[in-house]
Design a protein around this ligand. Structure first.
Ligand code: NAD
Length: 479
């Protein structure tokens, strides 16, 4: 078994600190102490160590699971500024304030309280239906929220009695290793459990394949785009897939709507972390007179409307075209601009804009690249539609059948229902920003892994359990 050395951990941390200092940012206070603590040089060793973590947890029972959940939630809140800064400095995408806020949001992830067994008692005896752990979950992390997804996964998966081995995105692997290291230090100190959560220090496609093939991994949980979801579905193991989205929002023509609030909601949700959220509003379809009203309200709420020349200049830079095997040309996103700020995008078009601008808006057709591609940038295309039905049809087409998320703003209940049925998405938010669907301004809990492709939905501890029934036959019930 090859674990990475204390020296290697220290060098990752030192490198991050040095980078922060070079860039003039406030250096985070790194509290890592010597030890191995779950960070491994290869996937097989990480998975084998997580197997041992699972066995240790199993012996310590429910109390240990609850304690792990408490530790993770408390550490995310206590370290939000430092971990958020480290992640922001490593990935260079999104917004620091939102990276920090996402870590504070981990307190709203569901833990052990969600796993109530079901009991049945009658003349023939007693039966219990239990939610049992799988064992070791192999989890793949996106670069868009590396540590928040990791922390949320740990809460859900360990509450359910599992250990976890992570293959993070290479672009967010150092912040993930730092958090794994510190979580394990705390688990060891509080519970005496080692390697309950493990990670691969330098993840790659090879380490992903190794995890998929490992006998130590019982279940996969994928959070990412189409390529990794496809790869996992072919891996021959059960996979829970939180796949890509391209969430549309429809704005109805409705006298009772407050268009300033609608625009504010969409700028907040779509602009969150510079549009990195998979649930974030990515394209707008406005019905009839709502089109002009929305354009006006978006600008009133601080969005900047680009002209055609500026939009084309940005598109030319953020998309390139690559021929496929059949000779057709395919748009490819320039990853340099994923999660870029509105300032950076506007600069492509030669504009210097107020740093307070969170969102750029563009008038486009329904087939525009900005509409059909999941571009993850604060540049919102707005499409004019003649009717609500036409808007829903265009919204559905733009979502590509991912069944991820969609939003509507209308006071007409039958139109809400029409769109909800037509879209058939995992999450559907009415009259609020997308984040309301994860409990930020709406009711409910949060998870950073929304299992859209495989249908489990917003993950909970129950997602990571096996149904087991235990039946005791005879007259053993007490009444
Ligand atoms: P990504 O697909 O580029 O990477 C995700 C993970 O998969 C990374 O760990 C990466 O290293 C790995 N990966 C990528 N291609 C792979 C392949 N061919 N084989 C094996 N592993 C591979 O995505 P990203 O940029 O990190 O994240 C953004 C994407 O994830 C968007 O499509 C977004 O919608 C989606 N996402 C979905 C959810 C959800 O809950 N449904 C949450 C966050 C992000």
């Amino acid at each position: 078994m090859s674990q990475i050395s204390e020296a290697a951990i220290r060098s990752v941390v030192a490198e991050v600190v040095a980078q922060l200092q070079v860039r003039g940012a406030a250096a985070p206070v790194i509290t890592s102490r010597p030890g191995r603590h779950g960070v491994f040089g290869d996937a097989a060793s990480a998975a084998a160590a997580a197997r041992s973590g699972f066995e240790q947890l199993s012996k310590k029972g429910w109390a240990a699971r609850s304690k792990v959940v408490d530790i993770v939630k408390t550490m995310c809140a206590d370290n939000a500024d430092r971990w958020g800064t480290v992640e922001f400095e490593e990935t260079r995408i999104g917004r620091l304030d939102h990276k920090i806020e996402k870590l504070h949001g981990i307190k709203n992830v569901l833990g052990t309280e969600y796993l109530m067994p079901t009991g049945m008692s009658g003349d023939s005896g007693i039966t219990m239906d239990e939610a049992a752990p799988f064992g070791v979950v192999g989890a793949i992390l996106p670069v868009t929220h590396s540590v928040p997804t990791m922390a949320g996964n740990i809460v859900n998966m360990v509450a359910a009695g599992n250990a976890v081995v992570f293959n993070p995105h290479p672009g967010g692997a150092a912040c993930a290793a730092l958090a794994v290291h510190e979580f394990n230090e705390a688990f060891k100190a509080e519970l005496g459990i080692t390697n309950l959560v493990c990670t691969v220090e330098k993840p790659s496609l090879d380490s992903f394949n190794e995890l998929c093939a490992s006998d130590d991994v019982d279940l996969l949980c994928i959070t990412g785009g189409p390529a990794v979801v496809d790869a996992a579905m072919k891996a021959g193991k059960r996979a829970i897939c939180a796949g890509p989205g391209n969430p549309p929002v429809v704005i109805d023509d409705c006298a009772a709507l407050d268009y300033d609030k609608v625009a504010g909601d969409i700028i907040f949700g779509g602009g969150y972390d510079n549009n990195l959220l998979c649930i974030g509003e990515k394209q707008v379809f406005a019905v009839g007179a709502a089109y002009e009203k929305s354009l006006k309200s978006f600008q009133k709420q601080g969005a900047l409307l680009l002209n055609t020349r500026q939009v084309e200049a940005i598109k030319k830079e953020v998309f390139t075209f690559r021929p496929d095997d059949g000779g057709c040309s395919h748009p490819v996103l320039n990853r340099k601009y994923v999660g870029a700020s509105a300032i950076k995008l506007a600069a492509i078009a030669g504009l210097t804009i107020d740093p307070k601008v969170d969102m750029l808006i563009a008038e486009t057709g329904a087939d525009d690249l900005l509409v059909v591609e999941e571009q993850m940038m604060p540049l919102l295309p707005i499409v004019r539609c003649a009717s609500f039905e036409e808007a829903v049809e265009a919204a559905k087409k733009s979502e590509h059948g991912y069944k991820h998320s969609a939003m509507v703003h209308t006071m007409n209940v039958s139109r809400m229902t029409h769109m909800a049925r037509a879209m058939d998405t995992t999450m559907f938010v009415k009259n609020g920003p997308c984040v309301a669907g994860l409990g930020m301004g709406g009711e409910g809990y949060i998870s950073f892994s929304i299992a859209t492709t495989t249908g489990e939905g917003i993950t909970t501890p129950r997602t990571f359990t096996r149904f087991r029934r235990c039946t005791l036959v005879d007259q053993l019930n007490i009444i």
